[in-house]
Design a protein around this ligand. Structure first.
Ligand code: ACO
Length: 374
């Protein structure tokens, strides 16, 4: 048997999927065959969530039912609320949201049921409740009263209401909705592959999503949207951006929000998110970070020929919206639950245990010495 090592599974095709596809020649990412740019132009986030989960865009009737079910599942149990209130104030919100999804598994009557029907219902409940958990911790940490979800508001409006007790201008809500559409799905990335690997042992959806959240937290993956903003804050002002990046590159630093395993000539989600970042900046009259964005993007392209990924415009967009930096990746979770769930169901429908091999380079077989002889 060949022992050629493909570290990081670089270039390895491990399975088939119908959920999403990167089409380099169209510079497009498609969800279920639809270009994500078109979805951003023509759909609300809820329609895209339905598409990712169910495989087709909903009819009006299907969408109304989906929205009704999502809205009526938003409330968290008293036990989970109590747990959130008792969590350390300095915890990372990604650890909080991971723990909350794990707690949801203890309460869900269908946790062990891996049927497609049950998985779809569980996915919907996690999708509906996660924003409530994120916002509850956001407010608890600030010593503020938790705001219950509303059944009258859209997914994004409700999130703003639960976070800030007010809903911003509709253009701001739309920019947030767009970020959720762009974050919903991206084929076999690290967290999705984690979810599929967990699923492949016939474990359950809550466990797979909990593992996927842990995987998304890392700064080489979803955690990059937070790292981008820390970097921009460290740079501080546009006049310092050029020298900062020159210095960082001279020290061979990895620049957060740049590069991608799949896209080598630019992340197809970036132009859309960049457009909305500038819209938000204009509406709120906040130009500092978009200016830093432009300089870093220009310098990275000219010096390294490396393009930004979607986390690069998302970081400053959320910052301008007034969201604490460590909540950016939990927001990514709120959307990616749809993609993870679709992949978990796809894995269950055609499962094969995921179990790669390794090339051994440790000690050769040797004798165990008794404790008093070592
Ligand atoms: N800054 C500086 N150099 C970079 C960067 C970067 N952000 N990204 C890639 N490179 C360089 C590497 O140093 C490497 O150079 P070398 O060939 O001279 O050693 C070359 O480009 C290839 O990069 P790899 O790290 O080998 O590419 P890989 O596919 O393994 O990694 C990754 C992709 C992890 C995304 C990488 O680009 C990175 O670390 N980016 C920063 C973190 C980030 O933004 N992650 C978010 C990804 S998008 C998402 O998950 C939603």
């Amino acid at each position: 048997m060949s022992e050629e090592i493909k570290k990081g599974l670089l270039g390895i095709v491990v399975d088939e999927t119908t959920v999403s596809h990167v089409v380099p020649e169209l510079s497009a990412l498609t969800y279920r065959g639809y270009k994500v740019q078109d979805l951003c132009d023509k759909c609300e986030f809820e329609e895209v969530a339905y598409l990712v989960l169910h495989g087709e865009l909903p009819s009006k009737k299907q969408l109304n039912k989906f929205i009704r079910e999502e809205r009526s599942n938003r409330k968290l149990s008293k036990t989970i609320i109590k747990n959130i209130q008792q969590m350390p104030k300095n915890a990372h919100p990604m650890d909080v949201v991971r723990t909350c999804v794990s707690l949801m598994s203890l309460e869900d009557k269908d946790t062990k049921d891996n049927s497609q029907k049950s998985n779809m219902q569980k996915a919907l409940r996690i999708f509906a409740q996660t924003p409530t958990a994120v916002a509850a911790y956001f407010r608890t940490r600030k010593g503020k009263k938790i705001i219950s979800p509303s059944k009258k508001l859209s997914f994004s409006e409700n999130f703003f209401k639960m976070m800030f007790n007010k809903i911003p201008d509709k253009e701001i809500v739309r920019a947030f909705d767009i970020s959720l559409i762009l974050y919903a799905e991206h084929s076999f990335n690290v967290s999705t592959f984690t979810a599929r690997t967990i699923t492949s042992s016939l474990s359950d959806l809550h466990g797979a999503i909990t593992g996927a959240i842990a995987s998304l937290k890392g700064p080489l993956h979803g955690g990059a949207n937070e790292a981008v903003m820390h970097m921009m804050k460290e740079i501080g002002k546009p006049e310092k951006a050029k020298s900062w990046i020159e210095n960082a590159l001279a020290k061979k630093k990895v620049i957060m929000g740049f590069g991608h395993r799949v896209y080598r000539t630019g992340d197809s989600r970036v132009p859309t998110m960049k457009h909305y970042m500038f819209k938000v900046a204009k509406l709120l009259n906040k130009n500092k970070y978009p200016k830093i964005y432009e300089i870093l993007e220009r310098e990275m392209l000219s010096k390294k020929n490396i393009h930004p990924n979607v986390d690069f415009p998302c970081g400053p967009t959320y910052y301008m919206m007034g969201i604490d930096i460590d909540f950016y990746t939990p927001i990514f979770v709120m959307s990616r639950i749809t993609g993870w769930s679709a992949h978990i169901m796809e894995q269950h429908a055609s499962n094969k245990l995921i179990r790669p091999l390794s090339k051994y380079k440790g000690e050769q077989v040797r004798e165990v010495m008794l404790l008093n002889q070592r």
